[in-house]
Design a protein around this ligand. Structure first.
Ligand SMILES: *Cc1c(COP(=O)(O)O)cnc(C)c1O
Length: 403
């Protein structure tokens, strides 16, 4: 019998892949309309796809890019992602992933103390992490409703729909935080607090943690600030929560799909969200079945940078956002919604329509959001390589454009 295995390892091919990675050609060729019956071979495919995949993409690490909530990733994570892909280990089966399982536990052991949690697991995003936290709230604490602010991420609503829980949305204060004066009775409730809302980066009063039968903090965006001695206090109270969700593919600079759900009482939570199975040596914990070794790129990043290296990058981004805010406040042409809480600036032009203003800027530099039915522009500082003076100058210049 003939084994066709030439495509499983080829260092020359991998070297070519690396070369193409930095070349950024944009001369694209069309893809075949039909599935080719004869394969093109690996190296021709690299050459065919490089201009599309590498050339036809947003450059999130460009110095002109603030990068929305999708940061560029450090190169060590590319190397780890390649090693992971070559092994294809499954966190569902410890026997196939001995080190990957240990790596996941190590990374969580390092991180959970910053959040007052005991442990948890990785999942593909905070959409799943929020679902998992609210699932534990239902089955550990018996909650029947979820109380959260109007600014909560849509994944909270998805989780309620899937779990059959009532959703109560509370209004916002002038800074986009859950308005404490409007809180309903929290009996039998899971309170979902935001540590950095998606639209405005607002942090709810996290010292409310513990006020309900279960408190889940959606720290998808701003959770990593806990590792910055300078900004950790902004998330004070999070340590009293029952569960915390964080997207590592946001402010921990990881390739997608990487997120964590953490629990204060790990064994109670795991008992509620685990399933045994005849073919499994260990119960399957959480929503996903097969899972990638997403902790390994994060392990490498944390080892390479240390807590200080991560904190420095986050602090640079917080300061970049503050600087942009100051410049916005100093010009008559722009209106700042509020000072940024977690490196998200929300503002709009005073003398132009939002669409005229956006058209005067390089594509993709800003996103938009709707607050109280009105359109605002949004700038999220997520790219540590950004030249904030340059971006600020572009924004100010565009706002001064005459109609
Ligand atoms: C991004 C985000 C989510 C969802 O996380 P994914 O990783 O995209 O699934 C949830 N909550 C908040 C506040 C977010 O910003």
């Amino acid at each position: 019998m003939h084994r066709c295995d030439s495509s499983f390892i080829d260092t020359e091919g991998l070297t070519q892949a690396l070369k193409l990675m930095t070349s950024r050609s944009t001369e694209v060729s069309d893809l075949p309309a039909n599935l080719p019956s004869a394969g093109l071979g690996e190296i021709p495919v690299l050459n065919l796809l490089a201009p599309q995949i590498l050339g036809n993409a947003a450059q999130l690490g460009a110095h002109t890019s603030m990068a929305h909530m999708d940061p560029p990733t450090p190169w060590i994570t590319w190397a780890m992602a390649m090693w992971n892909a070559s092994l294809n280990q499954n966190l569902l089966h410890e026997a196939t992933s001995p080190f990957a399982t240990q790596a996941e536990k190590q990374v969580l052991d390092w991180l959970v103390p910053f959040f007052g949690m005991q442990g948890g697991h990785f999942c593909s995003g905070s959409t799943i992490a929020n679902l998992t936290g609210i699932w534990a709230a239902r089955d550990v604490a018996g909650v029947r409703k979820v109380v959260t602010s109007q600014a909560a991420h849509l994944s909270v609503e998805k989780a309620c729909r899937l779990l059959g829980l009532e959703l109560v949305k509370v209004g916002l204060d002038t800074q986009g935080r859950l308005d404490v004066d409007q809180l309903p009775n929290l009996e039998n409730a899971c309170l979902v607090l935001n540590a950095g809302t998606t639209a405005t980066g607002a942090i709810d009063l996290l010292t409310l943690s513990g006020a309900a039968a279960w408190t889940h903090v959606d720290a998808a965006w701003a959770g990593p600030l806990r590792l910055s001695p300078k900004y950790s206090d902004r998330l004070s109270g999070i340590e009293k929560a029952d569960s915390v969700a964080i997207s590592a593919h946001k402010w921990l600079f990881q390739p997608k799909d990487s997120a964590m759900i953490m629990f204060r009482d790990l064994s109670a939570a795991n008992q509620a969200i685990s399933f045994g199975g005849g073919y499994l040596a260990k119960p399957n914990v959480g929503v996903q079945g097969s899972r990638s070794a997403a902790a390994i790129p994060l392990l490498a990043t944390l080892l390479a940078w240390g807590q200080n290296g991560l904190a420095q990058r986050l602090e640079y981004l917080m300061q970049a956002a503050d600087m942009l805010a100051q410049n916005i406040e100093q010009t008559d042409h722009l209106e700042l919604w509020n000072p940024p809480q977690t490196a998200v600036n929300v503002f709009r032009p005073r003398h132009l329509s939002t669409s005229e203003f956006l058209a005067a800027l390089p594509a993709g530099i800003l996103s938009s959001c709707v607050l109280d039915g009105e359109m605002w522009c949004r700038s999220v500082a997520a790219n540590p390589l950004v030249d904030v003076d340059l971006v600020t100058a572009q924004i100010i210049a565009a706002s001064q454009k005459r109609t």
